[in-house]
Design a binder for this molecule. Sequence first.
Ligand code: UD1
Length: 426
Amino acid sequence: MECFEVTGGTALTGRVRVTGAKNSALKLMAAALLAAGRTTIEEVPDILDVSIMSEVLRRLGCDVRYERYPHGGGGGRVVVDVPDEPATETDYDLVRKMRASISVLGPLVARCGSARVALPGGDAIGSRGLDMHISGLERLGATIESEHGFLVATAPRLTGTSLWLDFPSVGATENLVMAAVLAEGTTVIDNAAREPEIVDLCSMLTAMGAVIEGAGTSTIAVEGVEDLKPVTYTTVPDRIVAGTWAIGAVMTRGDVVIERAVADHLTVALAKLTDAGAHVEPLADGVRVAMDGRPRCVDVVTLPYPGFPTDLQPMAVALAAVSTGTALITENVFEGRFMFVNELVRLGASVRIDGHHAVVRGRERLSSAPVVATDIRAGAGLVLAGLLSDGVTEVQDVHHVDRGYPDFVQQLRGLGVQIERVQRPD
Ligand code: UD1
């Protein structure tokens, strides 16, 4: 088992560069399937999930290469060579490791007329249904069966139609857009997700020759085309990684320049940090976040974009746990996302959960203890909490953190933090 040993008491200071967003890069890699030939994706984070998606594509017949940039920052280039006739099956051994593997479903049905994709497991942060992915594809003309743990989709050619989502699901919006780009006629998706990663995917698809309007709004219109061409494309910077460093700077009363962070993609989160007393300064190519004194508690409500991101909720709880006053944190996107709070309480945080609300009473300092990362973001939140704990906090099961944060230890060290990766017997 791999752990992080975090020594508390250091303020985050200095510069850190964020590479492309995990949640975008994985879908851009899936989108490569839509065109035969060589697609190159820049600023892809060097993380476990990208290796898993590379393996998903390899088993579909693609040749996939990752070239890490020499200048640091944890990014690199993915080169995908897509065959004329990709295979169409994705197994459970991959999908269970990473739920985002299901984003090959839309492109495969659209391009190959069929797909067999195992039903996912994924993060322990709620039930995470697939009903909107399935009903959307069915409305586009696919037949979908569930057999022996697989979703089996078939459609000789999808046909554009009007679709709506009960909830602006990121994954469903992406799968449906990737299916609609090769459908016959026009597809309109109402109540679509508006995340910057959706805009990024639509920009790459447009560069490939797709015809898409309204990306970044609740209504996306896609006019199907006959075929797409491969492209070279650069992934949007990771707003969740950037937000993690920003919150860390405020918690530890530090001063950090987050290079490549896009302030406009973090409007609500940065406004919350300003309310907490931080100095937030958008720069030409990044954001500076500085804090002098102890932060004030601020209430946070997670919502689909442009609301406060659910992926920064664990860091918001950690921030409140060391601020003055009391904060109400409300989770509206994933049930079960407060699971990590039990671990935070082991560090001495005062948190009471009531359904999808957490009441957090701030403490001056926390107290180090062994804790377990339950998912990617919970792991990062616990490390930040460890920075405010006396002594050395051991965060276990850090393979979760490796799924989403490239060079996590090196980046924190670059900001002055004492953190080690250590092996422990299971
Ligand atoms: C993506 C992100 C994840 C982020 C989330 C919300 C990736 C790889 N992951 O996840 O980091 O936290 O967006 O911003 O990009 N739902 C259904 N039925 C469906 C689809 C979703 O009920 O068919 C529910 C889910 O259970 C969840 C909510 O909708 O409660 C949001 O899910 P969704 O937006 O789809 O998140 P993901 O795409 O899985």
